[in-house]
Design a protein around this ligand. Structure first.
Ligand SMILES: [Ca+2]
Length: 277
């Protein structure tokens, strides 16, 4: 149980300069009887999958299993989507998983309202709003140039990483022209990254460190530099939504951190996990 005293101590510096002390926020290990390998948070909803392909939804501070089997799940303005072991793409439509044409190993529904993803050969694709809202299983993905192993979108921006862990920002993506215009390589090296609903970007490097992109604004969507978060654990996956940082450790345990003390107060009162030193 996270004590009020330690919360106070850890947050002492935060009122001075929130951005500079961002990385000092505490870490909470979320109580859970199964392990997760991937997680996606958006619009107040959180979904994850376990290593045996079960799907979970965070509801009322606990995990509720969702019917079906996926190796990657995503939720966002484009809805609830996933891919299974055969790389078949599935969309939650009228409370059932619907097979959608095409094959991807990873998808992201964070675009407003479009989908991004990559296939087994690291080819990059997106799906325009017209196909998202049509409800049809027969869709045509738009190919992008370049190769990525992971691609994630916020409402107005997409980021990805390639097999060499190079990081790329995609310029001028939109709901009606999701392919955007060109790539811009961003300094640094990451295994994966996720774009939040507010456009903030978090990633995990090859050593399991979590990094946040600093300085992202509408005028400067690429931001300025990466800020490491000083967690004691090492992680393999991160997703961010509205102040909450959801993390999966290298041994598949789920952790939660938060970017403001108010949220921490709520988390502590709800007793959904145990604080980590
Ligand atoms: Ca996402």
């Amino acid at each position: 149980m996270f004590s009020a005293v330690s919360l106070l101590l850890l947050c002492v510096g935060i009122s001075v300069a929130p951005d500079l002390f961002f990385s000092s926020f505490p870490l909470l290990k979320v109580h859970m009887n199964v392990k997760l390998t991937q997680i996606d948070a958006s619009g107040g909803e959180v979904y994850g999958v376990s290593n045996d392909s079960n799907i979970y939804h965070w509801v009322n501070n606990s995990w509720r299993q969702v019917p079906g089997e996926l190796i990657h799940v995503t939720f966002g303005p484009a809805g609830l989507w996933g891919v299974n072991r055969e790389n078949i793409i599935l969309k939650m439509q009228d409370n059932n998983w619907m097979n959608v044409s095409g094959f991807l190993k990873q998808v992201d529904a964070g675009g407003d309202i479009f989908l991004g993803g990559v296939n087994a050969q690291d080819n990059v694709y997106c799906l325009d709003q017209s196909y998202i809202v049509s409800g049809s299983s027969c869709v045509t993905f738009t190919p992008l140039d370049g190769d990525l192993k992971y691609y994630s979108c916020g409402p107005e921006s997409c980021w990805g990483v390639n097999r060499a862990n190079n990081i790329y920002y995609r310029h001028n993506v939109s709901s009606m022209a999701c392919q955007g215009t060109q790539w811009e390589q961003v300094e640094g090296s990451l295994e994966m990254l996720e774009v939040g609903t507010d456009g903030l970007v978090f990633g995990v490097d090859s050593e399991g460190h979590v990094l946040r992109r600093e300085g992202i604004t509408a005028e400067n969507p690429v931001g300025y530099f990466w800020v490491p978060m000083s967690f004691s654990e090492r992680f393999k996956h991160v997703s961010y939504d509205n102040g909450s940082v959801w993390l999966i450790s290298q041994d598949d345990e789920v952790y939660l951190s938060a970017t403001n003390p108010t949220l921490w107060d709520i988390i502590e009162r709800q007793n959904i996990g145990e604080a980590q030193g």
